[in-house]
Design a protein around this ligand. Structure first.
Ligand code: ZN
Length: 242
């Protein structure tokens, strides 16, 4: 396996991870670096210690990010002397033509931007709404369904239902319909990336905090928490799909 010198562009792409979501941020940065060829097929990634320092994350977080990239088919790891993590010869998006990659990127941007407008607003609005006991119970049930989902598929469906439930208690059919449309698109994009335990744990905490903020009528927190939650998914999509 050829070992090329690390590209100087690595400093442009690999920077300190955002502290709020170090795992997702690492996946995004490393995935992007591989997709644009800063780390080329067959090239070994820098040593774990060095990479963790560049990204300003713990080595445990870096290892989880690398295992996400491995699950997505971006890198492979060999053990023993001379082993390490190298970029796969064919990374998933390399199978697509240039046009396809560009339209995929546009599709992700389209969904991510639309979502960043709709969902934080819906969470804020839900927190400002005087919920009936049934509506509050709907949110609690949706939250419970996500946290007890037993398979990746049921998790993602329950996740979509929770987001839709939040929009549905605001009292606007247009809003619920926009959110529904959005969930279908997000679901479709998420189907293209692996199910990542670390991201799920993080999402679970965020879901609980969002629902708590809505039920306690803390609109500012509800909006911010939902924004952070959407940013996390956006980072994964951009890192692993774009
Ligand atoms: Zn969610």
């Amino acid at each position: 396996m050829a070992t090329q010198p690390v590209s100087p562009l690595v400093d442009v792409v690999i920077r300190g991870a955002r502290t709020q979501m170090p795992f997702e941020s690492c996946v995004e940065q490393l995935g992007s670096a591989i997709q644009i060829g800063i780390f080329r097929p067959g090239e070994k990634l820098p040593a774990e210690r060095e990479l963790a320092a560049r990204l300003n994350v713990s080595r445990a977080t870096l290892r989880e990010a690398i295992s996400a990239l491995r699950a997505a088919g971006f890198v492979q790891t060999t053990r023993g002397r001379g082993g390490g993590t190298t970029v796969c010869d064919q990374i998933p998006s390399a199978h697509f033509g240039h046009e396809t990659a560009r339209s995929r990127r546009a599709e992700i941007d389209d969904v991510v931007i639309f979502r960043s407008v709709i969902e934080p607003g819906a969470a804020e609005r839900a927190a400002l709404t005087d919920l009936t006991p049934d509506q509050a119970a709907l949110l609690e049930q949706a939250l419970n369904d996500v946290s007890t989902a037993e398979s990746p598929e049921s998790y993602r469906r329950a996740d979509a239902r929770l987001h839709l439930s939040i929009a549905s208690v605001c009292g606007s059919e247009e809003l619920a319909s926009a959110c529904n449309h959005l969930q279908v698109k997000v679901h479709h994009l998420l189907a293209g990336i692996p199910f990542l335990e670390r991201n799920i744990e993080h999402s679970d905490q965020q879901h609980r905090a969002i629902v708590r903020a809505i039920l306690t009528k803390d609109a500012v927190a509800a909006r911010q928490l939902m924004q952070d939650h959407c940013d996390g998914t956006a980072a994964l999509l951009r890192g692993l799909l774009a």
